[in-house]
Ligand binder design. Sequence first.
Ligand code: SF4
Ligand code: SF4
Length: 121
Amino acid sequence: MSDNKCDRCTNSICCTYTTEALGVAPRSKADFHHLLWQISHVGVELYKDESGWYLMFQGKCEHLATDGRCGIYETRPAICREYTNDWCELDQPAEEGFELYFHNYQELLTYCKKRFKRWDG
Ligand code: SF4
Ligand code: SF4
């Protein structure tokens, strides 16, 4: 990993959120009601890209120092070690690859009402 590139990335974008894949794509009203509950919480977002649906949890890593460096660099988790900055979010925001992106309850509710003709029924 090139240190210079990360040094220029003042927001350390890749250390400011986590994601969790949904095991299966949501299909039923019950599935989306569950997601509406989850996305109602501050910092929880939802997106879909070519590989599936993901919850996104906004919040910076507790090991991210104020100077942008990793406070546990030598022992950082494997996923951090495997992440390469050859082509990362400094080059292209991740959301550019999202097919769907919901930031909050209202955005997801609007989608549900379009997806299910009888959402309120
Ligand atoms: S890997 Fe990319 S997004 Fe992460 S800190 Fe380095 S330049 Fe920024
Ligand atoms: S452990 Fe270090 S590299 Fe991994 S997300 Fe936290 S600050 Fe970033």
